[in-house]
Design a protein around this ligand. Sequence first.
Ligand SMILES: Cc1cc2nc3c(=O)[nH]c(=O)nc-3n(C[C@H](O)[C@H](O)[C@H](O)COP(=O)(O)OP(=O)(O)OC[C@H]3O[C@@H](n4cnc5c(N)ncnc54)[C@H](O)[C@@H]3O)c2cc1C
Length: 451
Amino acid sequence: MRSAADSRVNIIGAGLAGALLAVLLARRGLAVTLFERRPDPRQAQPERGRSINLALAARGIRSLERAGVMERVRPLMIAMRGRMVHERSGPSALQPYGQREHEVIYSVGRADLNRVLIEEALRHPNVAVRFNQQCTGVDVHANRLRLRDASSGSAHELDLAPAIATDGAGSAVRASLAAAGLVTVREQWLDHDYKELTIPPVAGRPALETHALHIWPRGGFMLIALPNTDASFTATLFLARAGAQGFATLDNGSAVAKFFAGQFPDAVPLLPNLVEEFAQHPQGQLGTVHAAPWRVGGKVLLLGDAAHAIVPFHGQGMNAAFEDCRVLDELLDRHEDWETLFAELERARRPNTEAIAQMALENYIEMRDTVLDARFVRLKGLAMALERRFPDRFIPRYSMVMFHPEIPYSEALRRGTLQAQLLDELDPGDEAGPDLGRAEKLIGERLPPIG
Ligand SMILES: Cc1cc2nc3c(=O)[nH]c(=O)nc-3n(C[C@H](O)[C@H](O)[C@H](O)COP(=O)(O)OP(=O)(O)OC[C@H]3O[C@@H](n4cnc5c(N)ncnc54)[C@H](O)[C@@H]3O)c2cc1C
């Protein structure tokens, strides 16, 4: 068995997880080669219309800190203190995400973040990044990694193992392992797609409040917008693919303009290129990937979206992928060989990635629908009151996921379910405050101290 500590490792996909993992492994002295199908992002233009910015939260930040790259990432981050909910009739109101100063999430540009992570990886002499190298599959038995040079089109092969596949939701490595019967994959597609649009600055200034994630919830669908460092916002429409209110009916400019005027009247003046962008930008699909196992012996490990892509409604896909990298790095302190390391990583992470997959699906309903509901707003207030009164036992589920990386996703899901029942029982049904005596009794009985 080869020792992990003095070895070489291949990483397939120099996206968010692959580049961060390269930094973490290089700091340990491992020799890392990254294979990336795209051109070098330091020279090429980023793709437009593909989740341009992302919400970064405490789990992701903890992993970036471990890699020592936060100083370079911080200038890319814009704090978002809450959801700015835009009603169809016009008014908007901020629903804070947390109740402490630091309880915010951050908008960060995908392309800039990826470029910084690749630059940080390349500062290590033991890291090499091979751009324009598309993995076309792996042969575990013959120990071969198959690549195609995207510029010349020529195919070639290299020694495979050990390899960590961070080639994203559509992973070619996962597909070839599935084709060889080594991994079982279930892809659960959502019947809603997304489309990204631009809200440019107005006279050089942001067109909306900068420090918020804007949402126009409309029941079965929604528009959201996150700020960028150039004072623009990236808006994303999430909408059913088919049906009377779906992408299928928005097949011409006047249908698009009419739909937006009817559903998002206050957003229309902010989207001067709506019709052109709607026609030009891709319509993205969303889904959850369930793969098992994530590894073949000590030869290949799937990580990040390649192992467990999720829908984006909790803003946690990248955060979870970064957490994978941190956990793998921590496990390297204790495990010397790749096979045990890969097995332990899967054992530690699978229950957590399954939990966040479920919570991400649940959050779509919350974002597009229930945020407008008076009961939802009342229970959120009640949950915050309980957190202030019983901070070591009650933390709202959203806060556990976004602000408490020390609480695993699976524990956030488990405690969140108990808390939801409790909130139901304690809901005063009006604006009256909670019965704190009863709350203390029920919390004492059902929620042991956290940690
Ligand atoms: C609309 C949308 C919004 C999102 N919003 C958020 C958010 O707010 N917060 C959050 O935490 N997450 C969010 N996510 C999820 C996030 O984008 C992913 O979870 C994250 O990018 C996963 O990182 P990764 O490195 O595993 O995959 P990726 O970032 O997809 O990287 C994969 C890399 O592999 C390369 N690659 C692919 N195939 C091959 C191949 N065959 N050979 C070689 N290289 C290859 C790709 O070019 C890419 O560089 C969102 C996703 C979407 C779709």
